[in-house]
Design a protein around this ligand. Sequence first.
Ligand SMILES: Cc1cc2nc3c(=O)[nH]c(=O)nc-3n(C[C@H](O)[C@H](O)[C@H](O)COP(=O)(O)OP(=O)(O)OC[C@H]3O[C@@H](n4cnc5c(N)ncnc54)[C@H](O)[C@@H]3O)c2cc1C
Length: 392
Amino acid sequence: MTPRPRPPKGPRTVDADVAVIGLGAMGSMTAWHLARAGASVLGFEQFGLAHDRGASAGESRLFRMAYHEGAAYVPLLRHARELWGELGAASGLPLFHPTGCLSLGLPELPPMRNVRRSVEEHGLDHEILDQDHLAARYPQHLARPGEIGVLDVRGGVLRPELAVLAACAQARLAGARLLDHTRVESVRPEDDRVRITAGGTEYTAGAVVVTAGPWSGRLVPALAGHLTVRPLVLTWFAPRADAAAYAPERFPAFIRDTDGVHLFGVPMMDGMSVKTGFADVWGDLPGPDAFTRDIDEARLRPLGEAVGRYLPGLHPYPVRHAVYHEGYTADRTAVIDRVPGQDRVVVLAGFSGHGFKMAPAFGRIAAELALERGTSFDIAPMRISRLAETAP
Ligand SMILES: Cc1cc2nc3c(=O)[nH]c(=O)nc-3n(C[C@H](O)[C@H](O)[C@H](O)COP(=O)(O)OP(=O)(O)OC[C@H]3O[C@@H](n4cnc5c(N)ncnc54)[C@H](O)[C@@H]3O)c2cc1C
C-alpha cells in the first residue's frame, strides 16, 4: 500500500480518518497498516489489549502455507509471512518461530489433497514422508497404515498475545490513538462520516473498520445470524520422558486428520508441555458473551485418549486447558468486505478457526478498503453477499 498523505490541515471535521472497532488480531493489524500509511486512527477495545476472552490468545498459533483449507490461500499466506517478518523486526519481539509444520493424514482425504496442491501448484518448500519415513523421522507421532506426512518447511509457530501488542505498539508509534476498556455501543453511518458511541462519548470518523470477532454481528446488522460463536479449548500435555524430543528443533508444529479426529499442536514452547487443540468437538454457544472457562472433566477425557493414541510419548492427562472464542461462518470462510449500502463501513469477521496466521495480510486489505475503497488482493470468496447463499 502506498503511504497516503495526511488530510490537509484546517478545521477537522472528524476525530479520525478511520476508526477500528475491536483490537484483537485483525483490528491491531488493521490499525498498524492504517497508521503507517499516514491515516489518523482511533481504535477501540472493550477489554484490555491482548486479553484472553476473544480468539487471539493462547500462547501460540500455527502458521502453515501447505493449506488444508485450499491452495487459493497461498498468495495471501506468502504475503502474511513477509509481514510477520516485518512486524517482528520492527518490534524486536519473537513473533514467529520457524519450526516447520507437518500435516499428517491419508493422502486421499480432501485436507491432504489441498496440502499437496498448495505445495505443488505454488512451488512451496516441502518434504513428503511416507509412513516409514514418518516413523523414522518423527517417532513422536504414531502414524496409521497408509498415512503420509507433508512437511511445510516455511511453516512455524506464532505468538498471538505478543503479536497483538506489537501491532498496537507500532500503530501507536505511527500516531494511532488506541483506547482499551472502551466498548463501542453503536455505529451510525452518515453521508460524509460515521458516528460512533463508545463509553458514553461520541466520536466521528471518515470510515470504520469493524473487527469485533464474534461480537461483530451486534455492530453490523448484515452479519447478524450468520456468525456462530464457538468455544475452542486448548490443552497442554507433558512428555512421559525424553522432553528434548518435543523441543521446537525436533518437533514441528503439526495438524492431523485421522479417523475423523482433527488435531493440531505446537512443540514445547514453555519448556514442559506440548499444546494441542481439537476442532469441531465443542458445539456452539448462544452468543459471544456466554463465555465459560469450565470444561467438564468428562469432555477432556476423550482428548487425552486421542493424544495417547496419536502421540503416545505424552501423558494422556492435560496439565492445563484454556478456552477461547471464535466466530464461524457456515462455509468457514471469513467475511472481508465493505458493507453493502454503507460504503464507509468495512467488516472483517468469521475467521472460523484459521485466521490468525493471515492477520497481517487481512489487516492490510482492511486498510486498503477503508482508505482506497479497493484492494489488489482477491477477496471475492470473502464477500458479505455470499452469506445469504451459504446460510445453514
Ligand atoms: C483456540 C484457537 C486456536 C486457533 N488456532 C489457530 C491457528 O493455529 N492458526 C490460525 O491461523 N488461526 C487459529 N485460530 C483462529 C484465529 O486465532 C482467529 O481467527 C483470530 O484470532 C481472529 O481474530 P479477530 O481479531 O477476528 O477476533 P478477536 O481476537 O476475538 O478480536 C475481536 C476483538 O473485538 C473486541 N470487541 C468486540 N466487540 C467490541 C466492541 N463493541 N467495542 C470494542 N471492542 C470490541 C473483542 O474484545 C476482541 O478483542 C484459532 C482460534 C482459536 C480460538
